[in-house]
Design a protein around this ligand. Sequence first.
Ligand code: 13P
Length: 259
Amino acid sequence: MAGDKKLIIGNWKMNLGVHESSLHLHKLADSVKTHRNVEVVLAPTMLALQTLSLQVNHRQFKLAAQNFYWRDHGAYTGEVSATQLRGIVSYGLVGHSERRHVFHESDKDTRAKVQAAIRNGIRPVLCVGETASERAAGETRDVLHDQLIGGLANITSDELPEVIVAYEPVWAIGTGNNALPTDVTEAIVSIRSQLKHLYGAKAANAVQVLYGGSVTADSAADYLALHEVDGLLVGGASLDAHAFTTIVEKAFQSAKGDA
Ligand code: 13P
């Protein structure tokens, strides 16, 4: 694992309007404790980012964009750039499986976005993961390899520690069919060894690697207990203030154990 700090990201996806997002933030602000060893990041709808950035206690929560375009400015109707998100978010998701599979984002897109995030002082969270059929065909390792190489091709070893990798097997997202801890360990060991191969041990060991896919308040501790896992990317359970608060507490307990 990288460092002694756990990272918990709540991806609200296309849920909650601006007002509801503010209310959810208020609830979380009341219940989530601030811990030195846990960084808690919220990824609301793009529409609510500005409002939440004014309301949020930045010591308690950081904000993330769920998506952004890789060019900085210009005639790109409907897009929002990392440059425009500068100062509002600290993190940006890149290559989430829903972006890859619903919106057909390619490795070329993820590569440009990872680079745009770094260029704009935003930490990219590069999501990688195999589909059920790729897994059944024994292709998991190759898929992870291609998505890592594809997403990181323009990144130097000096920049690499700014990147976070999230292992999100597509078959585990939103299905309740969460990966077994042994599967997660195997995949993250493979991710880390590919990073070492590309960048050397020092830079690779500095990269935080998260797990995401049907994480609940009940299953969170099993993943956080794994030495390879530096945190969690939580979808559905991040919309439930009680569940998300419990997940942050589990992260605190596991970070304490590592310290
Ligand atoms: P769920 O936790 O709802 O499976 O979503 C995971 C995810 O996609 C987080 O980005």
